[in-house]
Every structure is written in structure tokens, then in C-alpha cells.
Ligand binder design. Sequence first.
Ligand SMILES: Nc1ncnc2c1ncn2[C@@H]1O[C@H](COP(=O)(O)OP(=O)(O)O)[C@@H](O)[C@H]1O
Ligand SMILES: [Mg+2]
Length: 253
Amino acid sequence: MDAVLEAYGLVKTFGALRALDGVDIRVPRGKITLLIGPNGSGKSTLINVLSGVYKPDAGKIILDGEEITHLPPHERFRRGLVRSFQIPRLFSGLAVIENTVYARYGNPGEGVISGLFRRKWLSFEEETARRAARYLGITKIAKLWSRKPSELSGGQMKLLEIARVLMPDNPKVILMDEPTAGVNPTLAHEIFQFIRSLRDRYNLSFLIIEHRLDIAVEYVDYAYAMALGRIIAEGKPREVLENPVVIDSYLGG
Ligand SMILES: Nc1ncnc2c1ncn2[C@@H]1O[C@H](COP(=O)(O)OP(=O)(O)O)[C@@H](O)[C@H]1O
Ligand SMILES: [Mg+2]
């Protein structure tokens, strides 16, 4: 497998809890990879460690052949590792369009970003605005461009989060934590179709945590299942979903 992102032996503890208990994962290039598992199995923690939000207690992370284990989040971002959050992190005082524009330069809240933004704003203004308008259009929230995040529904916030992960200049691999949570099934299908079109057009790679397995399974190329901080199955999506060990883990077995 040609992996765009790899991790080996990842351990992350919170006090006595081993949220990641020796995770090996390889995210194939140019494919959509699904990450499933019951609540509390460590899925979000894995994305937080891969994106650099949390430091692992042990293990190694490799992006496109280069080790990034000790790089801060904004440096991983600069190298093309982009993520969305389960609970979107937005500037509450800024409008939808501004939150989208900022995302070209990284995760809001990181001091590094505002400096970049000031320096580059003039030359990139037009291109950035065009791109932001396009992605807000594709995610069907363009008409909400002037609203503040507090005026959006949960579903609309997820759509804004998707528009935002598309803004960076050279994304290689996009990590998404429950991109369709809170949106209706029709829109969830459209979001996955859109993700597929991005895969095909830009050879982008995705690692997606998703609870709506019935919808996701139609669109993804590969799957990993986690339970209790470990990978318990991987392979073709339907085979992983139907694996008795995976089914048992959802039943608390
Ligand atoms: N910041 C944190 N502090 C303490 N415990 C945490 C923290 N983040 C996650 N956990 C715990 O780690 C385990 C895995 O959580 P999480 O990765 O969010 O699971 P999932 O996303 O699969 O539902 C859970 O038991 C959760 O309570
Ligand atoms: Mg989670």
C-alpha cells in the first residue's frame, strides 16, 4: 500500500486510561478511509494525535515518508495534513465567510496564522475570496455568508467545517471527525459524493470518523475499526463492518 500517512505504536494515556494502546495505522494515498468504533474507543484521540493536538506518549507518525511525530500542528498543516473537528472550532465574532477565509492559513486560534494572514492578505485576497465563495456554494451555505457561527444550526456548522478543510493550498490528507453528524441523510450522501469528487480530482486522501455506517460504506475505499484504544480490524469496508469481532465491540463484548 502507498500510504500518505502512517503511524506505528501510538500510545496516548489520560491518567490511568490508555486511550490509544499501541495503534498502527496506514492511510492509503488517494483513497477514502473510514475509521469506526464504539464511543470512547479512541477515534478522536487518534485524530488529535495524528494532527498534533495531543503529543503521544509513545509511537511514531510519518507524513509522506517524513517523520512528523514532534512537529507542532501548524507545521503539520503546512505540510498538507489538514483536519476538521468533531465540534467545529470557529471564531465566534467573525462571519461565516471570514471563518472560511481564515482557514486557508490554518486552524484559527494559532498565533502563527494571524501573522501569515496579515502578510499575505493583499495578494491573496481575491483568490481566497473566490475559493471561499465556491466552497460555501458547494456545501450549500453560501447564503449564510454574513451570519455568525452562533446563528448556525449544528448541521450548518458541519458544512462550514467542510468548506474550511478545503481552503488550504496543498492539502495531502484530510482528517475528518464525523463530517455528517447532525445533517440530514440526503445532505450526508451529497457530502460523501463531494468527498469522492475531491479524491478523484485532486488525488486527495481522507481519514474519516463516521457513525453513519450505512451511508459511509457506500463511498469509502478502506476501513479500520477501533475498540479500547486498539485497531481490531482493517480491510474492505463491508468486510470490516460485518466482522463479528467488530460487531461484538459495539455490543460491549
Ligand atoms: N482530553 C481528555 N482527557 C481525559 N480523557 C480523555 C480525553 N480525551 C479523550 N479521553 C478519553 O479517552 C477515551 C477515548 O476517547 P475518544 O478518543 O474521544 O473516543 P471516540 O472518539 O472513539 O468516541 C475515552 O474514554 C475518553 O473519555
Ligand atoms: Mg469522537
